[in-house]
Write a protein that binds this ligand. Structure first.
Ligand code: A2P
Length: 279
């Protein structure tokens, strides 16, 4: 598996296996086990996915060496501030059965519960994450769903700049301003729902590109994101599709086609604006 390098030197496998909505427990455990079996070494999870115990069981069952695995979790909106963030971190660690995390993220920048004190709450949450990072409990720290103004606000108080920003990202919903800002600041961008949660598969235009490159729409989409230096986090509970989603390193989308795909108007975003979400 190819890797991206974070600005602190940590290497992160270039495709991650997403676990959002991978439930119930048996389905999740089997899927994560199979994902590791077919070669995924990067598992993206979060406390709110409510499946960290299953992810942990799959990791233990797989017998993969811990150092060969990259595991992410995220602090949920109701566990924010210095003490609660630390508590949430240790709860995730215990559920996963691990003694450190590779990456820990603030899941959303602006939860409804503290919309009037966003900067202060993010600063306190971040301070806890910085301390855990400096203690060696987390190899890298970052954020998720942050727009430019959230990042700027966080950086006013931060001792350590985020290493990652995980945002919704797929063909037709690219958030280029956020990506440019992150790249200018050495922050790696990860893309959640890179396949538009399955909604991209009806596109005739993408079907034409798939035919042209002798790949599937999923592979065209994931490759397109990688070529834009975005780390995709596809989800699948199907072993063949898991394999297919990793098999994207033997072809290159031309510059001309990248530009044409950039210009496609496909509206498939989830509609979750980080400043407006009702959670
Ligand atoms: P399945 O689990 O049956 O494979 P996203 O990662 O953007 O949220 O999209 C996830 C959705 O895309 C799931 O419904 C998943 O279904 C489907 N999916 C994942 N990989 C592929 C693929 N290679 N071909 C078709 N559908 C896929």
């Amino acid at each position: 598996m190819k890797t991206f390098k974070l600005y602190n030197g940590v290497e992160i496998p270039a495709i991650g296996y997403g676990t959002w909505r991978t439930r119930p427990a048996e389905v999740c455990e089997k899927a994560v086990y199979e994902a590791i079996e077919v070669g995924y070494t990067h598992i993206d999870g979060a406390a709110i996915y409510k499946n960290e115990e299953s992810v942990g069981k799959a990791i233990q069952k797989s017998n993969i060496q811990r150092k060969n695995l990259f595991v992410t979790s995220k602090v949920w909106n109701d566990m924010r501030g210095y003490e609660k963030t630390k508590e949430a971190f240790y709860t995730s660690l215990e559920k996963l059965g691990l003694d450190y995390l590779d990456l820990y993220l603030i899941h959303w920048p602006n939860p409804l519960a503290f919309r009037d004190k966003m900067e202060e709450m993010n600063a306190e949450t971040w301070r806890a994450m910085e301390d855990l990072y400096m203690e060696g409990k987390i190899k890298a720290i970052g954020v998720s769903n942050f727009k430019i103004h959230h990042l700027e606000s966080l950086m006013k108080n931060a001792r350590i700049k985020p290493m990652v920003n995980q945002i919704e990202c797929t063909i037709g919903f690219i958030q280029q301003d956020v990506i440019d800002y992150c790249h200018q600041n050495d922050i790696l961008v990860e893309g959640w729902s890179p396949l538009g949660n399955g909604k991209l598969f009806n596109s005739d235009i993408l079907n034409d590109y798939a035919y042209k490159y002798n790949k599937s729409i999923a592979q065209i989409t994931l490759r397109y994101l990688l070529q834009k230096k975005i780390l995709p986090l596809p989800k699948s509970t199907n072993k063949e599709r898991m394999k297919q989603n990793m098999d994207i390193f033997d072809f290159e989308i031309s510059k001309e086609d990248m530009d044409a795909i950039d210009a496609l108007k496909i509206n498939i975003s989830s509609g979750n604006d980080p400043d407006e979400v009702e959670f």
